[in-house]
Design a protein around this ligand. Structure first.
Ligand SMILES: [Zn+2]
Length: 173
């Protein structure tokens, strides 16, 4: 029995912490191949003025700095409160993570605008069809409601981050 709920709780706590500081409510946790938690964090794009500081990347950086060797990430597991985007999916496959568990779907985010229409699920299907890529298991919708609460409470529009005409769309209450 895996401790998915325990680790997703940690990721959700980071997501809530991010939101309280005006950062996108996305938290993430990294386990090594033996199931030890070695990285954690949340989105810091605005604080860092760095478009690559997605929650997943912040947690991966934390893990890499703690263990000093990216090889320890191979075969590891990543938890994210929101489905990893295409950029994070690239890093996940490059580093050889074998399992990703996410809560909310990318499409649950009001500003969602997937490059090439792809996200982690599409990336995993592609990787699993190619023998030279590490097989990737994806578990979605895990504790999704908890992440949806954080997403619903976050003032996405006031960030000026949307240009997709979604402003006119009714908000979920
Ligand atoms: Zn991302």
């Amino acid at each position: 029995m895996r401790d998915d709920a325990r680790f997703m709780e940690v990721a959700l706590r980071h997501a809530a912490g991010a939101a309280s500081k005006g950062q996108t409510p996305c938290g993430a946790v990294v386990l090594d191949r033996d199931g030890r938690m070695i990285g954690e964090g949340h989105n810091t794009v605005r604080a860092d003025r760095d478009p690559s500081s997605h929650g997943e990347v912040v947690a991966i950086r934390d893990a890499w700095r703690r263990v000093g060797d990216p090889a320890i990430l191979k075969g590891g597991t990543l938890y994210s409160t929101i489905e990893p985007c295409l950029a994070c999916s690239f890093f996940i496959t490059q580093l050889g993570f074998h399992r990703v568990v996410f809560a909310a779907r990318g499409t649950d985010v009001p500003t969602h605008k997937p490059l090439l229409g792809a996200d982690l699920s599409a990336v995993a299907a592609w990787a699993n069809a190619h023998a030279d890529w590490t097989p990737l298991e994806v578990v979605g919708d895990f504790m999704r409601e908890r992440s949806l609460e954080l997403i619903a409470a976050f003032p996405w529009e006031s960030r000026g981050a949307t240009a997709s005409g979604r402003d006119a769309a009714p908000r979920k209450k």
